[in-house]
Structures are given as structure tokens and as C-alpha cells.
Design a protein around this ligand. Structure first.
Ligand SMILES: [Zn+2]
Length: 436
């Protein structure tokens, strides 16, 4: 009994304290943990395993298992008993949310605690399974085949990814606490959780709920190709050139659609510009053929060239290298792109693009970086925080500096070129007609 007696009550106290911090203060007078053969939760009392050998020794596995089960079963007071979801309909709202806070609690018990449910890399083996062996988290409890990974680990891991990688701890914790406060002693459904996490944080997380909770796609982002380019310091300046053009015709639609016709025929509609004479400018008349300009006359416009680079500018850009990195989304689920750059001088740099980088194209995306020192290698997701199922395509190296660089042209614009869009330098019809 030395194991249970030594740790159980302390683990109960730590659980109540930690859960109260992440959700709402524990509202009941007691919390009890009774030694038993397995783990099972009831309001204010639970039964947990953790027996020593006959000689009083025990394995580390039994010790950590006992701590985990005490935290978990005491934690059920919060999910699903206080924040009272329907566990028979949505197991993940009960076991998943509880496993997530269990994970946070274990991590605060001992920095060396070997948590198996929560870290992104621990879900990879499950996410790798063939699609016919997976169901979305949003599956009714009775139809789930792999109960443990589906209802416990995957939701807990998803929340941890949201917390550590997507939203950040501060924003996530605030939103999660808001969910607990808002739904304590009430009956939340999945949409209540999704909605609260979004409106309490101000983040659009629809893409995440859709991928992680409603889908079975894994994360597998790959570095497809890296294209290297250095500036061509001897790019000849672009020469000025002239182009011919004619003045703009009236800006009216070619085809008069039904709405325009009906508006005109409707006796209840009067058009503002017809009522208010002050709005009837040159173009009011131009559009109605009352002002004429010669639309066949040719004008000439000059395009400015560029200036040659000075030696100082050449020196500034001589070590510049551009790296265009092409990524492909092989898994289907989008995630932030986290890159660790290692330079030839041994220094490192980390850069993170949010998952919104995929919003225009979920299959492939490119990003270009400019560095003034040479890159040795690129590691995608160095901390294994996105649950990427194939890390063999997450690395690129410059093969000892033999990668071929192409050249990109470098131009210097002339001073004082642009003027707030007011004029593009071309003659407009008012000018052509000599009117103001
Ligand atoms: Zn449970």
C-alpha cells in the first residue's frame, strides 16, 4: 500500500488545483480516490489502481499509470460531470477534453512525466493507419472502432496542437476557460465548444475543426523543391520606352442588363445623378454622347527606365541569396509551416507561417526567403509539433554547397516615379476634350 498511500491524495489535490486553474474552481466539498483494480469515475469519488508487489516494490510503469489514472478519474468531475456533455453521444467531449487537461496536469506534476496522450508526435502511428480503419472524431460513440486513439488521444492531441502551435498558450487558455465557465452545469454540444473557442479567442478555427474533428486526413507536409538564386549585379538598366495609346472610351457596360432596364421603367425609382445637377460632370455627359473626343487620335506615353546600381548597392546585395521553397500537402490536413534554417556558419533561424498560408491552395504553396549568408539545410517541423506522419520528406540540404544557383535581375527604380494613383501619365478624355 505504500505506493497508493504515498501518492493518491497528493495527486487528487494537484488535479483539483490544476483543473480549477484551467477551467472553473472545483465546486464540491470533497474529492476521493479509493484503491481498486481499475479506474472508474463517479461524482466526488473514484476508484483507481496502483498496488505494489508483495515485497513492497513497484515498477515505474505502475507508479506513472497510477498517477495518470487518479488524475484522469478525478478530472472526470469536470468533464463530463460539471461541464456536462452527453458522454454516450460524444465521447470526445468527455474523454477527449478530460484527457487533454489530464495531460496538462501530468506535465505540471513532473517535467519528466512520460505522457502518452497529448504530444503531437504520439498520435502519428494512429494517423498513419489506412483510411478504412479510421473514423472522424465526430462519430457517435457506439460506432467508434479504435476507442482509445479516436476518443481520447486524437482530441487531446488536437487541443494541444491548438494550444502550442496554432493559437498560443495565452489565447487558447483564455478561450478554453471561457468554454468551461460558459457551459458549467449546462449541456454543451460539439458546436458549443467549437463556437466558444472561436468567439472567445477571435480566431477563425473552422479549418481546424473540419480537418481534425470531422476528417481522417493526416498531416504530411513535404519540402518538394528548393530553388536557389543570387542577384545578377550586372543587370543592364532597363531603357526608357515609348508606347502609343488612345484615350479611354466612356466607362459604360457593353450590354444593358435586365436590372438596368427595369430600374429605368420603374416609375418609383429616380436616379440620384438625374435629380442633382451638381453631380452631372463631364463624364455624365461623355457617357451619354453629349461630350465628344477623338477616340482615334494616337498619343505617346513614356515609360521610365531604371538606373544603374552604384558600387555601394552592389556591395550590399553581393551576398544575398534567394531560396524559394515549394511545399506540397501530401496528407490533406493543413498545418502551420514551421522551418528551422541552418546556415553554413553554423547559426540557426526558425520561422513559422500560420496555417492560413494554405488558404488559396491546399495542395501546394511556395515561400521565398532572402538571406545574406548561405543555407546549409532546412528542417520542416523541427519540434515534431504538427503530427506529420512522414518526416523523411521534411528535410533539405545544399549537398555540401554544390546546389546550383540561378540569377535573378536587380533593378533600381528612378526617384519620384509614382504619384498616389491620381494620374497614370496618360491623357484622359477630359484633357483630350479640353474641359474641366
Ligand atoms: Zn475517462
Amino acid at each position: 500500500m505504500v505506493l497508493y498511500r504515498k501518492y493518491s491524495t497528493k495527486a487528487v489535490a494537484h488535479t483539483i488545483k490544476t483543473y480549477s486553474e484551467f477551467t472553473i474552481p472545483y465546486p464540491y466539498p470533497v474529492a476521493q480516490s479509493v484503491e481498486a483494480a481499475n479506474g472508474m469515475e463517479y461524482p466526488m469519488i473514484c476508484f483507481n489502481y496502483g498496488r505494489t508487489e508483495k515485497d513492497g516494490t513497484y515498477s515505474e510503469g505502475i507508479k506513472n499509470g497510477m498517477l495518470g489514472v487518479v488524475i484522469h478519474e478525478v478530472g472526470h468531475n469536470f468533464f463530463p460531470m460539471i461541464i456536462n456533455s452527453d458522454e454516450r453521444q460524444w465521447t470526445w467531449m468527455d474523454e477527449g477534453l478530460n484527457t487533454f487537461v489530464e495531460y496538462l496536469t501530468e506535465e505540471r506534476w513532473d517535467n519528466k512525466f512520460p505522457s502518452k496522450r497529448g504530444p503531437a508526435w504520439t498520435i502519428v502511428d494512429y494517423m498513419k493507419l489506412p483510411k478504412d480503419q479510421l473514423e472522424p472524431i465526430m462519430t457517435n460513440s457506439e460506432n467508434i472502432v479504435q476507442f482509445g486513439p479516436n476518443a481520447y488521444s486524437k482530441p487531446a492531441t488536437g487541443l494541444n496542437i491548438l494550444r502550442e502551435t496554432i493559437m498560443g498558450r495565452e489565447l487558447f487558455d483564455k478561450a478554453f476557460k471561457t468554454y468551461a465557465k460558459r457551459w458549467a452545469f449546462k449541456h454543451p454540444e460539439p458546436a458549443d465548444f467549437f463556437r466558444t473557442m472561436e468567439d472567445a479567442s477571435g480566431e477563425d478555427l473552422d479549418w481546424f475543426w473540419r480537418g481534425w474533428f470531422y476528417g481522417t486526413d493526416p498531416v504530411d507536409i513535404a519540402i518538394d523543391k528548393v530553388t536557389i538564386a543570387t542577384p545578377d549585379l550586372n543587370t543592364p538598366p532597363r531603357e526608357a520606352k515609348e508606347i502609343k495609346y488612345k484615350v479611354d472610351k466612356p466607362a459604360v457596360n457593353d450590354f444593358e442588363d435586365i436590372s438596368k432596364i427595369r430600374n429605368r421603367e420603374d416609375k418609383n425609382i429616380t436616379f440620384y445623378v438625374d435629380k442633382d445637377k451638381e453631380t452631372q460632370d463631364f463624364y455624365y455627359r461623355y457617357d451619354r454622347g453629349q461630350e465628344k473626343v477623338d477616340n482615334n487620335k494616337e498619343y505617346t506615353s513614356k515609360f521610365e527606365g531604371t538606373e544603374p546600381l552604384t558600387q555601394k548597392e552592389k556591395d550590399k546585395f553581393k551576398d544575398l541569396t534567394a531560396y524559394q521553397i515549394d511545399f506540397v500537402n501530401k496528407g490533406g490536413l493543413v498545418m502551420p509551416i514551421i522551418l528551422e534554417f541552418t546556415f553554413e556558419d553554423g547559426t540557426k533561424l526558425t520561422d513559422k507561417s500560420s496555417a492560413q498560408i494554405w488558404r488559396m491552395n491546399e495542395q501546394k504553396v511556395s515561400k521565398t526567403y532572402y538571406f545574406d549568408k548561405k543555407l546549409k539545410s532546412i528542417q520542416l517541423d523541427p519540434m515534431r509539433e504538427t503530427a506529420d506522419i512522414d518526416t523523411s520528406n521534411n528535410f533539405w540540404s545544399n549537398d555540401g554547397g554544390t546546389s546550383q544557383a540561378s540569377k535573378f535581375e536587380l533593378f533600381k527604380q528612378k526617384e519620384g516615379g509614382n504619384t498616389r494613383g491620381a494620374s497614370n501619365g496618360k491623357v484622359n478624355p477630359m484633357q483630350a476634350a479640353g474641359k474641366k
